[in-house]
Design a protein around this ligand. Structure first.
Ligand code: SAM
Length: 277
């Protein structure tokens, strides 16, 4: 897989790409990440890439010509009249924007199945909208807040997608066992209704993790994790996933893949919350 990131700050990505799983995936040849300096496509003496907004108002806007030239230099053609991607099914051109669709783990999984993703980092007040209309397949937002530029958002997309590329994580399916993981096809095949220890999270948040020492800061790690009964541990972890999700992201429960056993646990957690300790 290949990422191309169009930015006025290519240096931003040096450290982003130089650590951990991302660095290893690049080193192992599983992914390529290229940055393209937008200013290389500005042709005046000051290498100007921005201009004042039509209609007045605050700030500056990234001009369309350098961006169009940068994209065409990457082989990205203008979309045809029907607005279908000119780049084929295996490439997406994405504009990072606070006005975009919300970026989710499901979208990260979708992007990880592509051959190429081109990310355009906005700056100032944003990018001339004609670039979005003429070249982009989608606008993506990494959350409901405003960053000063698209670079941090591009780094989020690159990192979250790379770890889902087959072969990048040690265990092929590790990405499914984390928060927001895809449903496990075997959800109904569990013995005694107990999920497998590596159960696909089915869209829930992950369970809490503990390591040595068993006692820390006056708190003991949950006894159940220390006693080695795997069926109990699996059940406890599933309960904790449901508890965390109910507490912190109840919205995820609407779309989560829940078994009858999960529903029972949730009912009991809700009941406890209402009746108190
Ligand atoms: N005027 C824009 C608005 O109110 O929606 C904000 C522009 S922001 C200061 C500059 C650039 O940062 C944007 O063009 C975009 O590339 C990036 N950006 C800001 N917030 C973002 C977010 N939540 N997700 C993705 N990119 C974001």
């Amino acid at each position: 897989m290949r990422f191309d990131v169009v930015t006025i700050f290519p240096g931003y990505f040096e450290s982003v790409l130089a650590h951990g799983i991302v660095r290893r995936a690049i080193k192992d040849g599983l992914v390529t990440v290229e940055t393209l300096d937008l200013r290389a496509h500005a042709h005046d003496r000051h290498r100007t890439v921005d201009d004042r907004p039509f209609g007045g108002g605050e700030g500056m806007v990234l001009k369309p010509e350098p961006l169009a030239e940068a994209l065409e230099s990457l082989g990205i053609a203008k979309k045809q009249g029907n607005r279908q991607p000119a780049t084929g099914n295996r490439t997406r051109v994405i504009l990072l924007s606070a006005q975009g669709r919300a970026f989710t783990q499901a979208m990260a999984r979708e992007l990880a199945g592509l051959e190429r993703v081109v990310l355009i980092c906005g700056r100032y007040e944003g990018v001339d909208e004609r670039i979005n209309e003429l070249y982009c397949d989608m606008e993506l937002s990494i959350g409901d807040y405003v960053l000063s530029g698209g670079e941090a958002a591009a780094a989020v997309v690159v990192e979250s997608v790379i770890r889902l590329i087959p072969g990048v994580l040690g265990n092929e399916a590790s990405g499914e066992f984390e928060s927001f993981g895809a449903p496990d096809a075997e959800i109904d095949a569990d013995v005694e209704g107990v999920p497998r220890s590596q159960h696909g999270s089915g869209g829930l948040l992950d369970y809490p993790h503990y390591t040595r020492p068993a006692e820390f800061g006056g708190l003991r790690a949950p006894e159940i994790l220390l006693n080695g009964d795997h069926a109990q541990i699996r059940r406890w972890r599933r309960e904790q996933q449901l508890k965390k999700t109910l507490q912190n992201r109840p919205d995820l429960l609407q779309r989560a893949a829940l078994s009858a056993e999960d529903q029972k646990i949730l009912d009991s957690l809700r009941h406890q919350a209402v009746s108190g300790p």
